[in-house]
Design a protein around this ligand. Structure first.
Ligand SMILES: NC(=O)c1ccc[n+]([C@@H]2O[C@H](COP(=O)([O-])OP(=O)(O)OC[C@H]3O[C@@H](n4cnc5c(N)ncnc54)[C@H](OP(=O)(O)O)[C@@H]3O)[C@@H](O)[C@H]2O)c1
Length: 317
């Protein structure tokens, strides 16, 4: 049986993404082969394909390389000692982060402990939308110690991380402000946030007395948002490329500021899957592309204006 995978053949534009065919892996002890239904695309995949950032630097001698950290699908086969899952179970995982990847595959072998069961009430599409983005959102909100009554400003609330961060902050009873384009104003309001159209005016002209800044944009946009903050404000800046610059500036101004690198934590994914199953967390999926349209999927993420997530459907037919 064949296992189609999408590989980065060299660093560059979307035409460097190609389908390669391998055999289905055999699981070793403690491992599971997942028949991947959906694979999530994250901006890091696109940056790595373009040769940018540390994941590209680490993989430069390792091409062709199969990217992808978010998967959902069914257990296909189990190695010795696997105890929590059986063939056919629906699972999801945040896998191979950061250097191994492998999620853009029809079949992928992963340690049992990296997987979570997907509740019956959760679609495999929703499950593939959650792993990296959901855990980034939860870990950013935790790092910033968001608590009841905080005024929280989330830059880019409509994106993959943002739409989940907004909901988690609202659930923590914070008063949430977020920036987005006009087309997302209503969507952000339905999630419980005060939405600010950043094309109309910068955040600093629209909101003040902010206790927590969750920055999902970086650069000048984040520097502008420092003008919205209270004296004791906490800042978590998520894009790695500008984190040092923003933390340095923020600290000069007397704020607490930190960057972050998301860490896979299966129990956190399990909690989010539960929240989706009972309807208190909603995933937004802009488009699901067939795997053979991966180039279009990367172009969509590259626009920087995806609402929620972009997925790949990994099985044909
Ligand atoms: N450090 C880590 O561990 C880590 C983990 C995950 C993600 N990240 C990084 O965090 C960033 C966000 O990730 P993501 O997955 O959420 O990206 P994404 O889904 O591609 O974000 C797209 C969203 O960004 C919004 N946006 C674009 N420019 C904006 C601006 N100037 N102001 C406000 N919103 C703006 C768009 O909203 P509109 O269409 O409404 O304009 C769109 O909804 C990326 O840089 C990613 O690489 C880092």
């Amino acid at each position: 049986m064949e296992n189609k995978q999408i590989a980065i053949t060299e660093f560059g534009g979307v035409n460097t993404l190609a389908i390669q065919t391998n055999s289905v892996p055999t699981p070793k002890s403690g491992e599971i082969v997942v028949k991947v239904a959906f694979s999530g695309i994250n901006p890091i995949d696109v940056k790595t394909r373009a040769g940018l950032g540390w994941a590209a630097a680490q993989n430069k001698d390792n091409l062709p390389w199969v990217p992808g950290y978010d998967i959902s699908g069914q257990v296909f086969s189990c190695g010795d000692g696997v105890s929590r899952f059986s063939n056919g179970d629906n699972v999801a995982g945040f896998i191979g982060f950061p250097l191994v990847g492998g999620g853009y595959s029809q079949y992928v072998c992963v340690p049992e402990n990296d997987l979570c069961a997907v509740p019956d009430a959760v679609t495999l599409e929703a499950a593939a939308a959650l792993p990296l983005a959901g855990q980034t959102a939860a870990q950013a909100i935790n790092k910033a110690q968001v608590k009841e009554g905080d005024r929280v400003l989330i830059l880019a609330g409509a994106g993959g991380v943002g739409h989940l961060a907004v909901q988690i902050a609202v659930a923590a009873k914070a008063e949430v402000f977020t920036t987005c384009s006009e087309s997302n104003l209503d969507y952000m309001a339905t999630l419980g946030a005060h939405a600010i159209n950043y094309h109309f005016a910068p955040a600093s002209e629209r909101v003040s007395e902010v206790d927590v800044l969750i920055d999902l944009v970086g650069g000048d946009t984040a520097l502008d948002a420092l003008k919205c903050l209270n004296d004791e404000a906490r800042i978590v800046t998520v894009p790695t490329l500008s984190a040092e610059l923003i933390c340095d500036k923020a600290k000069l101004l007397g704020f607490q500021a930190t960057g972050m690198l998301v860490e896979p934590a299966p129990e956190q994914l399990e909690t989010m899957l539960y929240m989706v199953s009972v309807g208190i967390l909603k995933t937004e999926i802009q488009t699901t592309f067939p795997m053979k349209e991966v180039q279009a999927a990367h172009l969509q993420v590259e626009t920087g204006h995806t609402r929620g997530k972009v997925l790949l459907k990994m099985q044909e037919g």
